[in-house]
Design a binder for this molecule. Structure first.
Ligand code: SF4
Length: 361
């Protein structure tokens, strides 16, 4: 077993293992076996250590320990909630916007998040890597489309690949003249921080393109000392870091937790980037909030945190129509009858409204 597989061998993958560790109640075992037959389960030692056993409301447990409620599909939920398939010209590639593509190299992750928007496509039992031919065809597609400025490596989790393979892929992409930015989305710094070794960090940097890395985390308690050290190794190597979080009921849908999460990101040199509204993935309704609640929380953050700490609250429009910012609006028109008298009404961080004049005629 190589060092990159060592922690994964201790990963909890069966409901019976979760029960034995006190992370799920024995009374739920039969239901959890049914969940496991449909959706992958993986709880790494690093994540298991963050969970308070016996507390069903634990914000880390809610993200990774399966629930019988995952067997309930709600109206509007579907297997491809953000419409990847409709925009996939070749296997592994999603080309939704003109200047960038998603490149899905692997279908496996270190952990399986219970709210995952690609839960029907990731996990053991799914084809777990692109074939060599499919990989070459994906590279050919990127090479042939010279409007592609950014390639986003996403999941599954690209950091499940070995440093040697990642280095090859980074070099292949950077060798394409018009590819200037390679962005990597990963849960590994939280799920298996030791995997973010110096060797791995070196593999992420390449000549000819700039690497950015999006760290996925949803609760400040995810940042143990080893996780903080992993983030520091990335930042010290000069890799710009941004955050990606999902608004989750019972996990981070309160102002105090969200504030602490955003402050933690900034303290670790991770610029808060996106706070996603929960996607309509099957069996995830119990983890979604309302959009109104999300907007209320964003208004709260505006009053509590500097602009540096603000994420953008976004919704992936079902059907593959891309992301839309859905945060609260701070500006409205006041039309008192004539164009000359039209004013703007602006809301400040305390919720007070103020008038702002129209442009000079
Ligand atoms: S790491 Fe990402 S792709 Fe993997 S299960 Fe979690 S949300 Fe889904």
């Amino acid at each position: 077993m190589n060092r990159f597989d060592r922690d994964l061998s201790a990963t909890l993958r069966q409901p019976s293992e979760l029960v034995a560790r006190g992370l799920a109640p024995e009374s739920a075992l039969a239901d959890l076996e049914r969940v496991a037959a449909r959706y992958a389960i993986a709880v790494t030692p690093a994540v298991a250590a963050l969970i308070e056993p016996g507390d069903p409301g634990d914000p880390i447990a809610l993200q990774f320990i399966p629930s019988p409620r995952e067997l309930e599909t709600s109206p509007g939920e579907n297997a491809d909630p953000i419409g990847d398939q409709a925009f996939s010209p070749v296997p592994g590639i999603v080309h939704r916007y003109p200047d960038r593509v998603l490149f899905k190299l692997v279908q496996v992750c270190a952990v399986y998040c219970r709210f995952c928007f690609r839960r029907e496509m990731v996990g053991p039992g799914k084809p777990n890597a692109l074939s060599d031919d499919a990989y070459r065809a994906a590279l050919d597609y990127i090479r042939a489309n010279d409007g592609i400025w950014e390639v986003i490596l996403t999941g599954g989790d690209p950091l499940m690949l070995s440093p040697r393979r990642l280095a090859e892929i980074m070099a292949n992409l950077a060798g394409i003249d018009h590819v200037k930015v390679i962005r990597i989305h990963t849960r590994v710094p939280v799920a298996d921080p030791e995997r973010v070794s110096r060797e791995m960090v070196a593999a992420l940097k390449t000549e000819g393109a700039t690497t950015w890395l999006a760290v996925h985390a949803n609760h400040p308690r995810e940042f143990s000392e080893p996780v903080r050290a992993a983030c520091a190794r990335l930042a010290d190597a000069g890799i710009p870091l941004v955050s990606q979080s999902v608004l989750l009921r019972g996990v981070n849908d309160d102002a105090v937790t969200l504030e602490a999460l955003m402050r933690t990101f900034v303290e670790l040199r991770i610029k808060p980037y996106y706070l996603h509204h929960g996607d309509l993935a099957p069996g995830t309704a119990h983890l979604r909030t309302s959009i109104e609640r999300g907007q209320e929380l964003m208004r709260g953050l505006r009053g509590r945190l500097s602009g540096l700490c603000q994420p953008e609250y976004v919704l992936d429009i079902p059907g593959g129509h891309g992301k839309a910012p859905i945060g609260p609006n701070y500006l409205s028109h006041v039309d008192s009858g004539t164009v000359a008298e039209t004013r703007y009404r602006v809301v400040d961080y305390c919720g007070e409204t103020h008038l702002y004049p129209p442009p000079s005629p």
